[in-house]
Design a protein around this ligand. Structure first.
Ligand code: CA
Ligand code: CA
Ligand code: CA
Length: 299
C-alpha cells in the first residue's frame, strides 16, 4: 500500500531535529470589575482588586461582607492573528486556556472578605458590559452598562453561561494558575478573534477570594489568560481540509526537509504534522500519521 511504503522510507532513514512550536499567547484584560449583592448599584470598576465571595463571607475583623461576583473581559484579536500566522488562517483550534490570578490573602481595605473555598469560572456570552469608575473608597453609582450587582443580575438570564471549571483559592499572597476547560463558547470567541467575558461566582458560602485587577499598579500581577492552539485537522499537510493520501508526500517533506515544506506550502504550518500534539513535529509523529491515513483519526 502506498501509505506504508512512503512512510517506511522516513522511519528507516533518519533522525530529524524537532520542529518546535505551540507558542503560548498571553492576554490581559481590557475591563474587569467586581460587584456586591449588598450594594446593588455601586460600581467598583476602577478598584485595584477583584473579588469572588460567598453569602456568609467575613473580612479580617469578622464583619459580614456578603456575596461578590467578578467579571473580566479579554480581547482575542491579537491571539487570532498570532495563531493564524503560526498555523495558517483558520487551520487551528483552541487547545488550552490557563488563567493566572494574583491572590491578596490579607487585603488592607476592610470591604474585602477573606476565606478559602470553591468558586466557579464561567464563560459568559454577553460582552455588552463595561467597568465603571468606582472604587471601595470612591462611592460611585454605576450607570448604563457599567458592572453593578443590578446590571449583572439584569443581563444574566439572557446570557449563555458555560462552566470552565470549579477551583479553590489558596489563602496565600501568591500567583495561582487555573486550567480552564475550553468550552464551545470560549473556543468560538478565541477562534473568531472577538472578546471573552468570564464570570466568577462563589460555591462555598464562606469564600472570600480577593485578587489584583488590571487597575493594580504592578502589571505582573494583573489577571492573565494564557492560550495555546493545535492544528484543526492534524495531518492535513497540504491544507485542503481533508486528510488523505495527498497528505503523505508533504508529511514526508515536512519531516525530512522542513524548509522545503514551508516554501512549497505557504499558509500551512509544519505543526499540522504534530500528530501527538506535543508542540513538535518529529519522528514520534510518524506512527500516528500512518494510523490516521490508514484507519482514520480518532479525533
Ligand atoms: Ca477594573
Ligand atoms: Ca489534505
Ligand atoms: Ca509531535
Amino acid at each position: 500500500m502506498r501509505p506504508r511504503m512512503c512512510i517506511s522510507l522516513v522511519v528507516t532513514g533518519l533522525l530529524v531535529a524537532p520542529v518546535v512550536g505551540g507558542d503560548v499567547v498571553v492576554v490581559t484584560p481590557t475591563a474587569d470589575s467586581f460587584c456586591r449583592q449588598s450594594a446593588t448599584t455601586r460600581s467598583y470598576g476602577a478598584a485595584g482588586a477583584l473579588c469572588v465571595a460567598g453569602t456568609n463571607s467575613v473580612n479580617g475583623s469578622g464583619s459580614a461582607r456578603g456575596r461578590f461576583d467578578t467579571m473580566i473581559k479579554f480581547p482575542m484579536a491579537a491571539t487570532k492573528t498570532a495563531f493564524d500566522a503560526q498555523y495558517g488562517a483558520g487551520n487551528w483550534r483552541l487547545a488550552t486556556a490557563k488563567l493566572t490570578l494574583s491572590e491578596v490573602d490579607q487585603p488592607v481595605n476592610t470591604i474585602f472578605p477573606r476565606g478559602v473555598g470553591e468558586f466557579d469560572v464561567i464563560w459568559f456570552s454577553n460582552d455588552n458590559w463595561t467597568e465603571g469608575p468606582g472604587t471601595p473608597n470612591s462611592v460611585v453609582t454605576g450607570t448604563g452598562t457599567q458592572i453593578t450587582w443590578s446590571y449583572l443580575s439584569a443581563i444574566s438570564p439572557g446570557a449563555v453561561q458555560q462552566p470552565l471549571g470549579r477551583f479553590q483559592n489558596m489563602g496565600v499572597f501568591d500567583l495561582q494558575t487555573f486550567t480552564l476547560t475550553p468550552s464551545a463558547g470560549l473556543a468560538a470567541d478565541v477562534e473568531a478573534g472577538t472578546v471573552v467575558s468570564l464570570r466568577f461566582s462563589p460555591v462555598t458560602s464562606t469564600l472570600g477570594f480577593t485578587f489584583h485587577s488590571r487597575n493594580y499598579g504592578n502589571p505582573d500581577q494583573h489577571p492573565q489568560l494564557a492560550l495555546t492552539a493545535a492544528p484543526r485537522l492534524p495531518g492535513d499537510m497540504n491544507c485542503d481540509g481533508l486528510l488523505n493520501n495527498f497528505d503523505i508526500d508533504p508529511f514526508v517533506i515536512a519531516i525530512v526537509d522542513p524548509e522545503s515544506y514551508v516554501e512549497s506550502y505557504p499558509g500551512c504550518s509544519l505543526l499540522i504534522g504534530d500528530m501527538n500534539l506535543d508542540g513538535q513535529l518529529n519522528n514520534f509523529d510518524i506512527d500516528l500519521f500512518i494510523e490516521c491515513i490508514v484507519n482514520g483519526c480518532r479525533n
